[in-house]
Each structure stands twice: as structure tokens, then as C-alpha cells.
Design a protein around this ligand. Structure first.
Ligand code: GLY
Length: 347
């Protein structure tokens, strides 16, 4: 069983990564969160059928002790209205500061359940049990929780670290190829921003990754969580280095906005954005042509070489400048300067 410790003083926690970890959830919860008399399992109907029912059975708690809250799948349910509905349930079932929320699902479930945990009684414990690759390597780690505003994604939120993250890579077997690739884009991002050895590992193991071999998938999740954990430890509230996690994202968010959310998967847009960032860095003579080509080749070998979408340049610039990370109307782009190194450029 692999563990990554995220050291944040009183808010420190473990990320447990293990093929089959879901089976060991009751023991892990007992060890890390203590025994709770009230638990709410937040999940979506599909994940509930696939894994939630088993989790419910394994926890062996009564109906009064374990409440199941189903949230429909999709960004459109990551709302204040859903958060309020969950809070109503917590109040109805007399949840207090010693209660626990379990977030079993992808980014929508994790962000929403985490947000509810952050604000209910000014903060209660929650445990992330991510079931998509993007959630396992990115959104479940680092304590960013949020719901969407009708006009802007993730606009209402809080930093609230989970008590524990339990990652069972075997659950990815039920993930569609498109969702798998979307998560893989975030995995590649870690090699580009922080670690040449990881980049080389991804290149050397591309075939095994494409075949979704269990051992290699577990390894890339572990490596990604180590890098993400390290960045969060050093900049919990994104005052500095954490911003490098946005490589490809400013381009990606512009692509997602132009076509409407849902047209591109987030990771698909990020993969295109990382290719664009490499191209721009090369044009600005910040990145050698040879390194740019290596980046594009890695994206290709992992089937992340999506064609650039056709967006008129003036639209693209306008959409990029609407990015949440823009400051005083100026763009802040994360650009690669070498394999495993990036720089934040204000334009
Ligand atoms: N997903 C970017 C971050 O956690 O900061």
C-alpha cells in the first residue's frame, strides 16, 4: 500500500494509493478519521451502483448512522442549490462537528461534497475517494472545494483539506477511454512542470499506459500525487508556486468556453493547451525546438494529440484574458522552459 503524506501542520493527511484500496476503506477510515457516529456518503447514481453499494455494505453502519446522498452526474449539478440540499440532509440527520462526509466520485462530487464539508458548522471532516483519473491525480488532492456560479465555474468555494484521500486505481477499469485520456493530460502536466524523470517514465511506458496496465497506472498516480502533494505543501492557498499547476489551463479554459462546457473534456482542452504553451514558448525562444518536439511527441504517443480547434485569434485572446488567473487585465501564462521546468510569464 503506497502512501503520500501531505504535510500541512494540523491539516496534514495521507493519500493512500492501492489496487483494491476500496475493500480496505473501513479499516482506513478507522485508522485515519476515527470512528464516527454519523457519516454521509455523497456519490452519483452510476458510481453508487458500481461501488457505493459495496462501500455501504462494508461500512456496516445502520441507516441512521450512514446517510446516502445521490447527486446527478454533471457540472450542472455542482451548484449552491445542491450544496443547500445536502446541508438540509445534514441538519435533518443531526450531523455535528464530529461527523464525516465521504466523497465517492469524480471532480463534481469531490468539489461539491468538499465545499459542503468546508461550510457546514464552519468545517467538518471529509474523505476523498476519487473514481476518475483526473480526480485521483488532481482535484481530490489539495483542498480546493467549490460550486459553480451560473456565470462562472468554481467561483464560490473554500480551501478545506480532506482528512484522507483513498485512491483505488482498479476503479478506473470502468472509466471510458475519453475520461481516461482527460485524466492522463493532467498526469503529463506533472512531468512537464516538475520532473524530467517522470516525463521520461511516461515516454518509456507509453504502450503500457495506453493498455492501462494496472501496475503502471498505479505508478503514474503515485508519482502525480507526490508532485501535487509537494506543490500544495509549499503553497496551500495558491500565492505562488501552485500556479504552475495551470500549465495549459489558460489556453484550455478559453477552448472550453468558446465551444461551451461539455463539448471538450477538461483534460482534452488542457492537452491542446499544453501543446500551444510549448509552441508559444518556442516562438518566444524560451524553449528549445528539440524540447518542444519531445513534448509534442509524448502527447502523441499517449493519444493526446488532439487537433487545434479553429477559434478566431481575437476571440481566443479575449477568452484567455477572462481567465480567473489573469491579474489587472494581464494574462499570466505558465510556459515550459525545459522538460520539467516552467516559468510564469505576465503578458
Ligand atoms: N487543480 C489545480 C490546483 O489544485 O491547484
Amino acid at each position: 500500500m503506497d502512501r503520500v503524506r501531505v504535510e500541512l501542520g494540523l491539516r496534514s493527511y495521507d493519500i493512500v494509493i492501492h489496487n483494491g484500496a476500496l475493500e480496505q476503506l473501513p479499516a482506513l477510515l478507522h485508522e485515519e478519521a476515527g470512528d464516527k457516529t454519523r457519516v454521509m456518503l455523497v456519490t452519483n447514481p452510476v458510481i453508487y451502483k458500481l461501488y457505493g453499494q459495496k462501500v455501504q455494505k462494508n461500512l456496516g453502519m445502520s441507516k441512521e448512522e450512514l446517510i446516502i446522498a445521490l447527486v446527478n452526474d454533471g457540472e450542472e449539478y455542482k451548484t449552491m442549490a445542491e450544496a443547500e440540499r445536502l446541508i438540509d440532509l445534514l441538519i435533518e440527520h443531526k450531523f455535528d462537528r464530529h461527523s464525516l462526509i465521504l466523497a465517492l466520485g469524480g471532480g463534481v462530487i469531490g468539489d461539491l461534497a468538499g465545499f459542503v464539508a468546508a461550510i457546514y458548522q464552519r468545517g467538518i471532516d471529509y474523505v476523498q475517494i476519487p473514481t476518475t483519473l483526473v480526480a485521483q491525480v488532481d482535484s481530490s488532492v489539495g483542498g480546493k472545494t467549490a460550486v459553480n456560479h451560473p456565470n462562472a465555474k468554481n467561483m464560490i468555494g473554500a480551501f478545506h483539506q480532506p482528512r484522507l484521500v483513498v485512491i483505488d486505481p482498479l476503479v478506473l477499469r470502468s472509466l471510458s477511454q475519453r475520461d481516461f485520456l482527460s485524466g492522463l493530460a493532467e498526469v503529463v502536466k506533472y512531468g512537464l512542470i516538475a520532473d524530467r524523470d517522470f516525463f521520461d517514465f511516461l515516454r518509456d511506458n507509453a504502450e503500457k499506459i495506453n493498455a492501462r496496465e494496472d501496475q503502471v497506472i498505479q505508478q503514474i498516480i503515485l508519482w502525480s500525487c507526490r508532485i501535487k502533494g509537494y506543490i500544495v505543501e509549499n503553497d496551500e492557498r495558491e500565492g505562488g508556486i501552485r500556479a504552475i499547476l495551470n500549465l495549459g489551463h489558460t489556453f484550455g479554459h478559453a477552448i472550453e468556453r468558446y465551444f461551451g462546457y461539455g463539448h471538450y473534456r477538461h483534460g482534452e482542452a488542457v492537452a491542446i493547451g499544453m501543446g500551444m504553451a510549448a509552441g508559444l514558448a518556442n516562438q518566444l525562444e524560451m524553449l528549445k525546438t528539440d524540447d518542444m518536439e519531445k513534448i509534442l511527441e509524448l502527447l502523441k504517443s499517449l493519444r493526446l494529440d488532439f487537433p487545434d480547434p479553429e477559434i478566431p485569434a481575437e476571440h481566443f485572446m479575449r477568452l484567455m484574458s477572462m481567465d480567473k488567473k489573469a491579474k489587472d487585465g494581464r494574462l499570466r501564462l505558465v510556459l515550459p522552459t525545459d522538460i520539467g521546468k516552467v516559468q510564469i510569464v505576465v503578458m
